[in-house]
Design a protein around this ligand. Structure first.
Ligand code: 5GP
Length: 127
């Protein structure tokens, strides 16, 4: 079943300028802004401007130009934060939640960039 995009989601409203955001950087196809409830010293959300619900939707249906823009922007933000392990930085984590098992709250693709502290285990162990 194809994805149905809800254009009333909060990130769609941010893209339309209906809700303010603290922009980090904007490109032709993507926007990066600070998470409203940061869970690390650096917590940046990166979204495509196109109407993509989650990562697989974007990866399979976005244009090459959108994917290139988005992927390079994530790399550039990591470089700007100075967290690249290959450059002496302390590292980071990328998270892209999708759907109910991924516990995705906002149905517009976003990658979380988290950095600035040790982030702990990848997942909480459920018993
Ligand atoms: P998800 O659980 O969908 O992966 O993450 C959604 C993220 O969006 C959360 O980390 C939450 O704090 C963030 N968020 C929700 N509403 C807003 C908002 O209005 N502005 C910003 N900047 N972040 C938001």
């Amino acid at each position: 079943m194809p994805y149905a995009y809800d254009d009333q989601n909060i990130f769609a409203k941010i893209l339309r300028g209906e809700i303010p955001n603290k922009t980090v950087v904007e490109t032709e196809h993507s926007l990066a802004f600070h998470d409203i409830a940061p869970q690390a010293p650096d917590h940046i959300l990166v979204i495509p401007k196109g109407a993509y619900v989650c990562y697989d939707h974007f990866a399979l249906e976005a244009s090459d130009a959108e994917i290139l823009d988005y992927t390079r922007l994530i790399g550039k933000i990591c470089a700007d934060l100075g967290v690249q392990p290959g450059e002496g930085g302390d590292g980071f984590r990328l998270i892209a939640n999708a759907g109910p098992h991924g516990v995705q709250e906002v149905p517009h693709l976003h990658v979380h960039i988290l950095a600035g502290r040790v982030l702990g285990p990848m997942l909480t162990r459920l018993r």
